[in-house]
Design a protein around this ligand. Sequence first.
Ligand code: COA
Length: 150
Amino acid sequence: MIRRATIADAESIQRLINQFAEEERLLPRSLSEIYDNLRDFSVFQGAGGQISGVCALHICWEGLAEIRSLAVTTDGRKKGVGGQLIAACLEEAKELGIKQVFLLTYIPRYFERIGFRVVDKATLPHKIWTDCVRCVKFPDCNETAMLLDL
Ligand SMILES: CC(C)(COP(=O)(O)OP(=O)(O)OC[C@H]1O[C@@H](n2cnc3c(N)ncnc32)[C@H](O)[C@@H]1OP(=O)(O)O)[C@@H](O)C(=O)NCCC(=O)NCCS
């Protein structure tokens, strides 16, 4: 089941994201950032109540939002959890009147299958760099910027 995150999910969300951050696959998030942005998050809750996937939709600018922090537990993989979380975020974006959704990723082929296309990072609004400057990899980032028109 996909549902919006609640306060009780904050620590599970952080654990899941930071597990992949250690492998440098995602940007690490502090608990403070999770609480600040908790209303961005959707979670996939398994039948036993455990959180097996998380994803955030963050509004950036007029008509533009970012998909962030997509992570699925190793056990939960290849069952469509990631795809369903992205679909839920895109649905919400449409409801909000968002026209384009972008993301920064190391796995562009995964997102190409969903319909995202590669774009030049320089075409994205400068506001997105507020997150980037806090990244250990800045300014030598090798993530690919991708965009989807809704
Ligand atoms: C990427 C990730 C979210 C996918 O979650 P998932 O629930 O397994 O995804 P889905 O079940 O919706 O899709 C699985 C499909 O995507 C494919 N896929 C997974 N990772 C991929 C990758 N790196 N490149 C291309 N395809 C990939 C799988 O092979 C599978 O294909 P199939 O349907 O033909 O078997 C998950 O592997 C993950 O959490 N990775 C670590 C964190 C990360 O990299 N997040 C993305 C940051 S932008």
